[in-house]
Design a protein around this ligand. Structure first.
Ligand code: PHE
Length: 342
C-alpha cells in the first residue's frame, strides 16, 4: 500500500465496519503490532534520507486522521446500538398501567380496630387474654359456680384439666383485676367460642369486646354515659339508646343495651327484618361489676366500684355495615370482601 492512498483506504475500511466486532477486527488490522500503521512506520528505513522528514510528517497526519475516524465510527456504532436498545425498550407512558390489587382488612378486624380506637379516645387501654382459659377465670371468679344454672347460658367447649375455650372475653376482666390495682380502664377484644349451630346470626367462633372500668365512686350513670357516647359516636348522633334490666351473674344490676334500628331508624315499621318491627335492636350486655367478683379478684368492694360491658363484634359489624348474614363474614367470598377495600 503506498503512503499516498493509505489514508483514504484505511478510512474507508473503518467506515465499512457495521458493528463492534467488525470494528475490533479492523482495529487490530490497522493499529495492531503487524497492522497497517506499523507497516508504514517500518517502511521508513527504505525512504531516502532527504525524504524521511516529510514521510514522517505524512505518516503522523495519516495516523491522526485514521485514529479520529476510528473514534467517530466507534461512536456512531455505539450510538446506533443505544438507539436500537432505546427503541426496543421504550416505555409508552400513555398506556394504561397495570392495576395492583391491594389487600385490605377483614371487616371483623376492621371493626375490632375501630372499636378499640373509639374507646381509646375515652381513656381505655387495650388488653389481651388467652383463648384457652381456665374454668376458674371463665366461670368461677365471675360468680358462675359449677352448679350455677348460668353455666347453661353458654354452651362451652370443655378441654382437659379444667380448661375451656373461653366462652366470653370476661375472663380478661378477672386477669386484669388480679394483676393490677384500680383505677382500671380497659377494653379487651378477642375470639370466643360457643357450641352454637351455624345460622344467620351464630357461628361457634366469634369475637367480643369487653370493657371494664373500676375506680372509686363509679356509678351506673358513668356506665350509661360512656355507652351512650360510644353508640352515638359509632352509629351516628341520632342513634337512640335504651337500657333494659337484665341478668348476668357477674354484674349487679345488669342491663341489656338497645339502639334504634339501623334499618328503620326506630320507627318499628312493619316488615322490618332487622328489628322485627320493634324499632330497637339489642347490642350488648352490661352492668355494675358484682361486689363478689371484685372480692374474688382481690379488689376491696367497699372502696371501689366499677362497670363492665361486653358485645359481639360480628353483630356490631353487621349492624354498622348492613350485613344480613354472619356467614358472609366467614365464607371468604371475594365478591363480599372486596366491599371493604378502602
Ligand atoms: N360476658 C357477657 C356475654 O358474653 C357479656 C357481658 C360482659 C355482660 C360484661 C355484662 C358485662 O354475654
Amino acid at each position: 500500500m503506498s503512503i499516498e492512498n493509505t489514508r483514504e483506504q484505511l478510512i474507508s475500511l473503518i467506515n465499512s465496519a457495521l458493528d463492534i466486532d467488525g470494528l475490533e477486527k479492523i482495529r487490530v488490522d490497522i493499529f495492531g503490532k503487524n497492522g497497517e500503521l506499523n507497516k508504514l512506520k517500518r517502511e521508513i528505513v527504505n525512504i531516502p534520507v532527504e525524504q524521511k522528514k516529510q514521510y514522517g510528517q505524512k505518516m503522523n497526519s495519516i495516523k491522526t486522521d485514521v485514529e479520529n475516524s476510528f473514534e467517530s465510527q466507534k461512536n456512531a456504532i455505539e450510538m446506533k446500538i443505544l438507539n436500537e436498545k432505546i427503541a426496543k425498550e421504550k416505555i409508552d407512558v400513555t398506556l394504561p398501567g397495570h392495576y395492583v390489587r391491594s389487600g385490605s382488612m377483614h371487616p371483623v378486624t376492621r371493626v375490632l380496630y375501630e372499636l378499640c380506637e373509639v374507646f381509646k379516645t375515652y381513656g381505655f387501654s387495650v388488653e389481651d387474654g388467652p383463648e384457652i382459659e381456665c374454668e376458674d377465670y371463665n366461670f368461677d371468679k365471675l360468680n358462675i359456680p359449677a352448679d350455677h344454672p348460668a353455666r347453661d347460658m353458654q354452651d362451652t367447649f370443655f378441654m382437659e384439666n379444667g380448661y375451656v375455650l373461653r366462652t366470653h372475653t370476661s375472663p380478661v376482666q378477672v386477669r386484669t383485676m388480679l394483676n393490677s390495682k384500680p383505677p382500671i380502664k380497659i377494653v379487651s377484644p378477642g375470639r370466643v367460642y360457643r357450641k352454637d349451630d351455624i345460622d344467620a346470626t351464630h357461628t361457634p367462633i366469634f369475637h367480643q369486646i369487653e370493657g371494664l372500668y373500676i375506680a372509686q365512686g363509679v356509678t351506673f350513670a358513668d356506665l350509661k354515659g360512656i355507652l351512650m357516647r360510644f353508640l352515638k359516636d359509632y352509629y351516628g348522633e341520632n342513634t337512640q339508646v335504651r337500657f333494659q334490666p337484665s341478668y348476668f351473674p357477674f354484674t349487679e344490676p345488669s342491663a341489656e343495651v338497645y339502639i334504634s334500628c339501623v334499618a328503620c331508624h326506630g320507627e318499628g315499621k312493619s316488615h322490618c327484618p332487622v328489628c322485627k318491627n320493634t324499632g330497637f335492636i339489642e347490642i350488648m350486655g352490661c352492668g355494675m361489676v358484682h361486689p363478689q367478683v371484685l372480692t374474688n379478684c382481690g379488689i376491696d368492694s367497699e372502696n371501689y366500684s366499677g362497670f363492665a360491658f361486653g358485645m359481639g363484634i360480628e353483630r356490631i359489624a353487621m349492624l354498622k355495615y348492613k350485613i344480613k348474614d354472619i356467614r358472609y363474614l366467614y365464607d371468604n367470598d371475594m365478591r363480599f370482601l372486596k366491599n371493604f377495600v378502602r
